[in-house]
Structure formats: structure tokens, C-alpha cells
Design a protein around this ligand. Sequence first.
Ligand code: HEM
Length: 209
Amino acid sequence: MALAGLFLITFLFVHLGINLLLLVDDGGELFNRAAHFMASNPLIQLFQWVLFAGFIIHMIYGIILQVQNWLARPSRYKVEGYSHLSPFSKFMIHTAAIILLFLVIHLVNFFFKAKFGHIGEVNYEGMVLEDMGGLVRAQFQETGLVVFYIFALIILAFHLHHGFQSAFQSMGWNHSRYTPFVKILSTLIAILVPLGFIAIPICIYFNLA
Ligand code: HEM
């Protein structure tokens, strides 16, 4: 579960890097070219299946772990709220459920539309590409969707904050010298990655990019 989680975080970095191209003031060309490369490169297409497997493995192990925790602790603590764990750790299954809902909506809006629907096309010097950037821009005109994205990405921040550092613990990578660094890195990732994603719908909605 920890390995799959770290793998998914790596995907988030790549996905964020490509999505930030949407903010480049070039009418979406750079983003569309990058999206086309990702969609047409056979190695990346293969990697996509590994990614989906990573999500499923991470979810299955997460559910098993949660059920084991519930079974190991049938009655609640006498003093409610007393725990040595961080507040984020207690809500991993709840934040995960919201992220799953986000993913389903996200894939329906973008991935399935690109794969099975019809989206507009653009012509760059004779090269005809799908206008994936246009699709993202059109979606982020909707207030409800933008608000939902911001909410889900804040939830992702909480999930990442605990998830990243606990992955190191789960794998036994614990060391008095390195663990504080892992915790700081965890906080940085939990803030910067969701903030980067949040910037995209906000900039598009408010016409800042
Ligand atoms: C503002 C934020 C985001 C934007 C604009 C965005 C945009 C997109 C687009 C356009 C696609 C379709 C790519 C294609 O099929 O060619 C896509 C796919 C996908 N997105 Fe996002 N995304 C965002 C955030 C996220 C987040 C936070 C996650 C994970 C928690 C995520 C997970 C995925 C997955 C798993 C796919 C399918 C695999 C792939 O095509 O790479 N996305 N996204």
C-alpha cells in the first residue's frame, strides 16, 4: 500500500507538471502537444494501466487496513478524541472516499471524454491535435465544478500530509536523523502539490491565464 501510494504521488508530480502548461499564455498549444504525446506514446499508454493498477492496489489495501483497525478496536476510546496519532491519520479513509469521488468525476469529465467521446480539434502548422486544453477551459467555466475541485484538492492535501510520511514508516524507513526531514517534505508536498492543481481552475475561471 505504501509503495503504491508513493508511486501515485510520483504520478501527481508528472500530472501537475503537464497541467501547469495550461497556464502558459500560448492558446493551449504546449499543453495540447504534451497531452498528445502522453496519449500517443505506447510506453506511456502501458504505464497508464500500471497507474490504474496502482490506484486499485492502494484502495484495496487501504480498505483492508481500515477494516482491521475497526476490528482491533471494537469500542471507542473512553475519552473521545484522545489519540497519539495526528488528526490527519484518523480521517484517511474519509479523505480517500472524497478523493475517489473526485477521481470518478474527473475521469468522466476528461479521460473518458478524450478516449470515447468527441472533443474539438486544433491545427498547429498542419498537425491536427485534440483540443484537450479547450476542454479543460470549457469545464472550468462552471462555478460548481471549480468549487468542487478546490474542495477535493484541499482534502487531497490532508491525505497526502499523513500518507507520505506514513509510507516511510510502513516500509520501516525510520531514522532519527531522516524522519524529521521526511515530515517536513511531507508538509511541503501536501501544500505545494494541491496548491499547484488549485491554481489551474482558479486562473482559468478568473481569466488570469
Ligand atoms: C486542476 C487539476 C487537474 C486537471 C486540469 C487535470 C486534467 C486532466 C486531463 C485533461 C486528463 C485527461 C488526459 C488524457 O486522457 O489525455 C486527466 C486525466 C487523469 N487525471 Fe487529472 N487533472 C487534474 C487533477 C488531477 C488529480 C488531483 C488527480 C489525482 C488525484 C488526477 C488524476 C488523473 C488520472 C488518474 C487521469 C487518467 C490518467 C491520465 O490520463 O493520465 N488529476 N487529468
